[in-house]
Each structure stands twice: as C-alpha cells, then as structure tokens.
Ligand binder design. Structure first.
Ligand code: IVH
Length: 691
C-alpha cells in the first residue's frame, strides 16, 4: 500500500518543526543556552516524528529525527567517533514502557512467560562524553557533537578528577577502549558556584546541565573551579569489549575495575514490572538525588540480544529513557490579576494558559510583589517557565525573552486599589504594596473569612460565597455588622432559604460566646495567630474597655497596657509581633470596632494571668524553613519562631542561625550544609522553642 501524501499544511508544519528543532539543538548543544523547557522540546520532537511517520515522504536526511545533537562548534578540533554516539528513545509513561517491552519481545521472539531483564540506571542530566584510551592511557576526550563528529575537549577533561589519565588493571585492559558517560555538575557544587558568581556580580548559570556542558566546552579553560567540580559517570563501552562480558552488567563491572565511577544506583531489573517499580522509586527520590536526574535509562541486559536488536538511525533499539513527568513547563501569561488580602496587601497573580506540570493542571501562580516582577521582568503576553516541585505551589521561574511579542510593557502594580480605588501605598522598608482603606470590600471579605474561620469565631454556615454576597449587597460594611444582621436582610439575598437564614443567625449567636484567645485571633492582627493570641490573652487576662470616649485616665491605662515594651516583655512575643499588636490597638477605628463587637454581645470569660519570663533560646536568632514539616504548618512554625523572638527569612546565608529542614528539603538544606549553618529537624525546632 502506498503511503498517503502530505497536504500543504502538513508539509509546511514539518518544515517549520525541522527549523525550530534545529535552532533549539544549536542553542542547547552549542551555546548551552536553551530557551525552551525540555518537555516543550520533547513535544515538538514528537510532533515531527509523528508527521514523518504518517507521511514518510516528509523525512529528509537533514531532519533532526534522523540525527543527534548539533555539529561541533568552531574553535574545537573535531573528532570522528569510531561508532556513532546515539541518542535514546523516550517513554513518557508506564504505558509507553510496556509498549517498548512488547516491541522488543516481538522482535526477539520472546514470549511473555520468559523474563527479559533490563539494566536500569538514573538518567543524569549532564553532557555526554567519549573518552578513548590506548594502552591504558587517555588519548582523547570528545563531546557528542552531532553524533558522528564531536569536539575535542581533552584539555578540559584532564581537570576532572573522576576521569583517570591512566587506567587500572594492567595487562587485562584491552589495548584500545572507548568509554562513554555523562559529565555532571552535582547540585550542591552548582549552588556554590552560583553563590560565588552572585557575589562577584557575574551572570548566574541557568542549571547544572548547562553549567556542566559550558565548563566542558570552554575554549580557554578560564573557569578551572567549575571544571574541577565536574564528575564523570561512565554508562557504556563503545570499543574494547572484554571477552568474558555477556551482559550490560558485566560491562559496567569491567568499567569500574578500570578505575571509573559508575552510577551507584544502577541495577539489574529481572523483568518489566521490577523496571517500572525501580522508575517509580527513583521518581519518589528525585528531589533528594545529589545530581539532577530526568528519568531512568533501561537497556536490555543481554549483549547478544542488544546485538540482535541493533539500532535505528539515531537510537539503539535495545534502550529507552523513561522520563519523569516534567516539573517545568512553558505557557503563556495571559493576564495579571490583583488580589487584596486581609491586611490590604496587593498580591499580583499570574493567570496562565492552563498547562500540566508535575501531574497537575496549573493556571494561576503568585507573582508575590512588585520587586519580584521587576527582577524577572514578567509581562502580560510573555511565555513563561512554570515550575511545580512536589507539593510546592507553582511558581514562575523565568520568562523567555525571545518569545516576547512586540509592544509589551513593563508591569507596574496599580496605583489605586482595583476594588475600592483608594490610592495604594508602599512603605519605604516594605516589599508589599497595600490598599490603605480598611473598609475596602476585598479586605473586608478576607477579614470576614478569617473571623469566621475554625480557629477564630468558628461561625458555622458562613462560607466564602455567602460572605461575598453579604459584602456585595452592602449588608455588611464591617465585621461587627455581622452580628446585627436581621432575618429579612438575609432572606433578601439570592438563593437564601428561611431555614439557612435561621441557621446562620443561630450560629452567629452561638459564636458570640467565645474565648479571649479566639477573639484576639478573630481581630486579624498581623502575626497574631493561635500561639501569640493565647500568650497575649494570658498576659492581658481580659480586654479593658477600649471606648475612646472614656476619661483620660482610662485612655492612659490602655496606652500603658499596649505599650511596645510591655508587650515585648511577654514571654514568646518578639519586637515585630509587639509592634504589630501595639499599632493595631492604637488605631482608633480598631478600638471602635472592638467596642461595637462587645456591645453586640461578644463576650468571654476572664483568663488567668501568667507572669512573663525572660529570653528564649530562639530570641534574636534567624531561621529559614525548608521542606514539609509534619506536626506544624509553615505558618504555624513561623508564628512560633516569631513568638519566641526569632525571625524567619526566605534564603540561607552566612547570617542564618538555623535552617529547619522538613521532609523533601531541597537546595536550601544543601546550602545550609555548605555554609555550615546549623540544621534542625522538626523535633529540634520544637525542643529549641521550648527552652
Ligand atoms: S546510553 C546507547 N545511559 O542521555 C545509547 N545515556 O538521550 C546512548 N544519558 O546522549 C546513551 N544517562 O548523554 C545512556 N545511563 C545513561 C545515560 C545516558 C544520561 C544521556 C546521554 C545521551 C542521552 C540520550
């Protein structure tokens, strides 16, 4: 049967894909500066493969599907590989791995009852290198290049300590061997190099892979520190097969005996199921590995079987790389929306064209604040790289300037609040821009949500939608209005039945009988969560009447009670929290609101006062939190540290006193180890806070 002929659309798309992929190959392999994510590259590549498969007449010899990498860059002597350095086919999921196994069985005529063993090893993300030895001595080290011809980087390779200049094993080493493997830069070394570059004002290296490839391909080895940080891990042999080797595992044993480092996690998987399990295990450990890893390479273990399977133009038929789901993706930033928080903070949120990242669909990512937007120069219309690691919220890593459409503008947070149109303010020492209007409907909605929440007044039936309705209908203009709501007003709201309205009124009534701690939480004072509210409640015992129409002597009593030094003297309350409490109670409008709430019936029993105690072990100390804690949330941990007089910052530096590392702690933990900053686990933190 004849293959169908491609239409003009298919033909022009194929041509476009060839151009695009060729251009990305050049950026990736020659300039070490890719401008799309690996996942996006894989997608383009698959699309082209697909077209060429449907319309074989579209395949031409220059197509990237028929070649690997890019031709050697100018400035290097070129080296012709004795046998081509191939690429690997990819499997994107278990289904594609199963299909691979089936294909091989069919080709080898092995039934499903017979085991087919695979040699499995992590696919390190680095640069491939071929090293040729003659009579045990290093002759030449060459990059992959376009697979046939690579670049001679022998001079640089000599700085890499894991590349032996002379092989071990004496007489037993074949006369000529050609070892292949990956040159990698371990993540800790990458972070350290970048920290140094930052100090020196040099541009930062994009990722460990590009940093490794860039180091290996320096024309004049100016960055020796980077070269010395590289490691070579061997994964194969192209020349010099020892006579006794029958499996991939045998080859790897010989390579090790000659003095090379091989992948410590590599192993034989006796069948497909154990291969899939190995891949899953590796994926679970992914963030803990010391070298960046983007999947598992599986090779048919038997060398006779490998030989029988042979190769297609760019990849062996006997090997495959099963990839991890991408943790980074590119997508378009369609708009920036502003959310107004409880304290009036304006948070810019990126609205993204929905994209699957690390197994979930992402369509929003916080842009944090103006400084962050400026630092990354994020603009509406940009194509951005979105990252989601583990359970971490999605973030925008960078924009791709090459893909920026014409006519975009730098983004500035609005000068007026998008909800109430008050002029926004940004204090000199703050990164946050705020809406100063405490009656702003957005602020009010968030305050009401907080007030109704479980740890505050715990108002049953007062959910997000109802709060929006109440505020939008002007039925509630401040928190205290909640407690003077009438049945008729509630019944006037859309979709509000009599039963629900009555239930709400009764839960509002019930919530009026509360505790001082809950009431203090409900006020929504910055930095005052459960722990601090409780400390404050035990310090105050009760709240005095805060009515400003009181006599002068009463007012001065209140001022004394909420004096900065007095509050700071409370065990567990540091200066930052104290300041926030003092400023809250010194605001006339807050005091009036408290008075109204009490007039409307909010009450609590008095609390037994506890005397204050001096300093804690955490006071004055700087903490960085990383990873997932099990008994505390991040916010709770932060609050307790602040309560103990410490401070919490986002990045590890020499000034950090403690790094608190939870599960799956990543680069911050490595940085702490590097800078020799004390690391606490969760128990350690709790222990410290209890002193
Ligand atoms: S074998 C025989 N094994 O992945 C097929 N490659 O996509 C040739 N890579 O160019 C490669 N770890 O740079 C093989 N354990 C491993 C690998 C590995 C990383 C890289 C290598 C290769 C690319 C193919």
């Amino acid at each position: 049967m004849n293959s169908p002929s491609p239409g003009p659309d298919e033909e022009s798309r194929a041509r476009e894909l060839v151009d695009l992929i060729t251009q990305h190959n050049r950026l990736y392999y020659q300039e070490d500066q890719p401008n799309i994510s690996d996942a996006e590259y894989d997608e383009l590549f698959r699309e082209l493969q697909d077209l060429e498969c449907r319309f074989p007449s579209l395949v031409f010899p220059g197509s990237p599907t028929q070649n690997v990498g890019a031709a050697p860059a100018e400035g290097f002597r070129s080296v012709t590989h004795r046998s081509p350095m191939l690429s690997l086919e990819n499997a994107m999921n278990d289904g594609e791995m199963r299909a691979f196994d089936e294909r091989i069985r069919r080709a080898l005529d092995i039934d499903t009852e017979t085991d087919l063993a695979y040699w499995a090893e992590p696919k390190w993300d680095g640069a491939s290198l071929e090293i040729v030895y003659l009579d045990g001595k290093l002759q030449v080290a060459a990059t992959r290049g376009d697979g046939k011809t690579g670049e001679d980087v022998s001079f640089n390779a000599r700085y890499i300590s894991t590349i032996p200049p002379q092989l071990k094993g004496g007489q037993d080493v074949p006369r000529e061997i050609s070892i292949r493997g990956e040159v990698v830069l371990p993540i800790a070394a990458f972070d350290e190099l970048n920290a140094r570059r930052e100090e020196q004002g040099l541009p930062l290296l994009a990722n460990p892979r590009n940093a490794a490839a860039g180091a290996l391909r320096q024309l004049r080895n100016i960055d020796q520190a980077r070269l010395q940080a590289l490691e070579f891990q061997a994964y194969g042999l192209a020349e010099g097969l020892p006579a006794h080797a029958h499996t991939q595992q045998d080859i790897m044993r010989s390579i090790e005996s000659w003095g090379f480092q091989t992948n410590p996690l590599a192993r034989v998987c006796p069948d497909l199921e154990s291969a899939l399990t190995f891949h899953q295990m590796l994926q679970d450990q992914r963030t803990d590995l010391r070298v960046e890893c983007d999947g598992t390479v599986f090779k048919v273990n038997g060398l006779d079987l490998q030989k029988e399977l042979g190769e297609v133009s760019r990849a062996p038929r006997w090997a495959i790389a099963q990839k991890f789901p991408p943790q980074q993706q590119t997508t378009r930033l369609e708009a920036i929306e502003i959310q107004v928080g409880r304290t009036g903070a304006l948070t810019p949120v990126a609205k993204l064209a929905p994209v699957r990242v690390g197994g979930v669909t992402v369509s929003n990512a916080s842009l944090h604040n103006q400084d962050e937007i400026e630092r990354k120069d994020i603009r509406v219309g940009d194509t951005v790289i979105v990252q989601r690691a583990g359970d971490v919220i999605p973030q925008i890593v960078a924009v791709l300037p090459d893909k920026r459409p014409r006519g975009t503008k730098r983004y500035k947070l609005p000068e007026s609040c998008p909800t109430c149109h008050s002029k926004t303010v940004r204090l000199a020492d703050e990164v946050v821009t705020r809406c100063p209007n405490i009656d702003c409907p957005d602020q009010l909605k968030n305050n009401l949500r907080h007030l109704a929440s479980r740890k505050a007044l715990d108002i049953d039936g007062l959910g997000e939608k109802l709060i929006d309705q109440l505020v939008d209908a002007d039925a509630v203009k401040c928190c205290s209005d909640l407690f003077s709501l009438e049945l008729a007003t509630l019944l006037g709201l859309e979709r509000m039945g009599e039963k629900s309205a009555e239930n709400l009124l009764s839960s509002l009534e019930k919530s009026k009988h509360t505790t001082l701690t809950r009431f203090l939480i409900a006020l929504g004072i910055r930095h005052v969560g459960e722990t601090v509210a409780d400390l404050l409640a035990h310090h105050l015992g009760d709240l005095p009447a805060l009515d400003s129409k009181n006599s002068d002597s009463k007012n001065s009593e209140i001022e004394q009670l909420f004096d900065q030094e007095q509050i700071e003297a409370v065990e567990g309350i540091g200066p930052i929290i104290a300041e926030s409490i003092v400023s809250f109670f010194s605001d006339e409008r807050n005091r009036e609101e408290i008075t109204r709430l009490r007039q409307l019936g909010l009450h609590w029993p008095a609390v037994e006062k506890t005397p204050g105690k001096p300093e804690t072990a955490a006071s004055g100390k700087t903490f960085v939190l990383t990873g997932t804690l099990t008994t505390l949330t991040r916010d709770e941990a932060k609050e307790r540290i602040l309560a103990a007089g410490g401070s919490v910052t986002g990045s590890v530096s020499k000034k950090t006193d403690y790094v608190v590392a939870g599960e799956k702690a990543g680069s911050k933990l490595r940085k702490a180890e590097e800078l020799e900053v004390a690391v606490l686990d969760e128990d350690g933190l709790l222990e410290l806070l209890s002193h």
